[in-house]
Design a protein around this ligand. Structure first.
Ligand code: ZN
Length: 183
């Protein structure tokens, strides 16, 4: 339960934000929501497969959001299993499993990124290591502002790295989503 707030604190540190920064979430940014938090605030075509991190407020300043320059840290030490395209940018698939209470079948997907070139499957990352910047959504004429999406997924069967793409992650019959807020 403490890991998600710790990760938000790591995001703040990586981006030189104040300690007392408050992260803000629309309901549509949360896992399993069917609401959009952008454009017309209508309905999503499928329920949300994770959590979106975007808006924050520093002490007494107005609400702002992460930009394409935002630095994305890794949540823990981990092994990169794959990098793949998502509907905005790229996703990095990491298992942090061996290094904490998770089993190796639990994977984390960090999405809508511009991933560092040298981070390829088989590479290790360290806790708080910068793995990417956020993808510049204006390049795709998206109405979504730049943001980090995180999914935490329990695989029902052992998969190889090449299987670990959004074809699989978006298929709820094949994967069990764990809410990143409660990890
Ligand atoms: Zn998302």
């Amino acid at each position: 339960m403490e890991r998600f707030p710790q990760y938000l604190a790591a995001m703040a540190r990586a981006n030189n934000l104040e300690n007392r920064v408050q992260w803000l979430f629309y309901p549509g940014m949360l896992q399993d929501s069917s609401d959009k938090w952008w454009d017309d605030f209508g309905r999503r075509t499928t329920a949300h497969e994770g959590i979106d991190i975007c808006f924050f407020k520093e002490n007494k300043k107005k609400i702002t959001h992460l930009t394409k320059w935002a630095q994305i840290p890794a949540m823990d030490k981990g092994l990169i299993l794959n990098r793949c395209e998502d509907f905005l940018g790229e996703s990095l698939v990491i298992t942090h499993g061996k290094f904490d209470r998770f089993s190796p079948e639990v994977i984390f997907v960090y999405s809508h990124l511009k991933i560092k070139k040298d981070l390829t499957p088989g590479c290790w990352v360290q806790k708080d290591q910068i793995i990417a910047r956020i993808f510049d959504t204006s390049l795709k004429q998206s109405k979504l502002p730049p943001h980090l999406h995180i999914s935490c997924i329990e695989l029902s069967k052992k998969k190889t790295g090449d299987d670990l793409t959004w074809n699989l992650f978006s298929d709820r019959k094949k994967v069990n989503l764990i809410n990143p807020v409660f990890i």
